[in-house]
Design a protein around this ligand. Structure first.
Ligand code: SAH
Length: 258
């Protein structure tokens, strides 16, 4: 009997330790510090990780739109992430992309894409190009994506990356996106991937009747809410508050950052 107890204690200790040792597998919610995987991964390994990401992080949380799931499974997220963080590309979290900015958590990218409710003949505006990843995911679903970035370096890098990966229906502009892209307007849908103090008027103007805008906006308490803004056929606006989120701020009324 004593022997059985001893073995049970040893097994329990092993299980506890295994979770905290540096070689343990990442389980989704803890920090990225304890990771030893991903050294020298092949494209097939990444594809497998992507499939898992879609099942465990996105489908499991209720995203059902097939077009969105297929896009998330096909776009190589790791190629949009700086090399030093590449091994964490398919973790359930946002990651730094340089210059103080971040690429959103995969689930948030999928959720916002689903909320936009877009189709293959739609023309979309994105504010906050960042790495270009969200634009790439959208470009798999829609006809054209126009995306604006205020930090020149990030915008130029994203443009180059998108071109070299063959996302030929994405157009990048370096400017203050809160003014929209008037010469290409109106848009079937608009996605803003930085948090605004309030919904910028030019973006409401540049949204087509019947179109949706998905935008994080500072809430009256601390934090931000993800809003779905809909313009009906008569031009009336309705706003649905969805989930609390955390985005970098939308910089408004400033010059391009060189
Ligand atoms: N969609 C990106 C992540 C966005 S992070 C991706 O998939 O990687 C938010 C981005 O918004 C940052 O790159 C930031 O520089 C940019 N940004 C902030 N204010 C902006 C503005 N007024 N116009 C355009 N881009 C802006």
């Amino acid at each position: 009997m004593k022997f059985v107890k001893l073995i049970t204690i040893i097994i329990a200790l092993y299980c506890i330790l295994y979770n905290y040792l540096p070689f343990s597998q990442f389980t989704g919610s803890n920090s990225i510090v304890f990771a030893r995987e991903n050294i020298g991964l092949t494209e097939e390994d990444y594809a497998w990780k992507r499939k898992n990401m879609v099942e465990r992080q996105i489908v499991a949380r209720g995203v059902r739109d097939k077009k969105v799931l297929e896009a998330m499974e096909s776009v190589p997220r790791h190629l949009f992430i700086p090399e030093e963080f590449r091994q964490y590309s398919y973790y359930d979290q946002p990651l730094p992309i340089g210059l103080g900015q971040t690429i959103s958590q995969p689930y948030i990218v999928a959720l916002m894409t689903e909320m936009l409710d877009v189709d293959n003949d739609d023309i979309i505006l994105e504010i906050g190009t960042g790495s270009g990843y969200q634009a790439a995911v959208l470009s798999k679903i829609v006809k054209e994506v126009y995306t604006i970035e205020i930090i020149e370096d990030l915008g130029l890098q994203a443009e180059e990356r998108l071109k070299s990966l063959g996302f030929n229906n994405v157009y990048v502009k370096i400017a203050d996106g809160s003014l929209g892209w008037p010469d290409r307007a109106p848009f079937d849908a608009i996605i803003v991937t930085a948090a605004a103090e309030k919904i910028p008027d030019p973006l409401i103007k540049q949204l087509k009747s019947g179109g949706k805008m998905v935008i994080p906006v500072d809430s009256s308490f601390l934090g931000q809410d993800l809003l779905i803004v809909e313009k009906d056929e008569s031009g009336e606006i309705s706003i649905e508050k969805t989930i609390p989120v955390r985005f970098v701020p939308l910089v408004e009324g400033e010059e391009v950052v060189k």
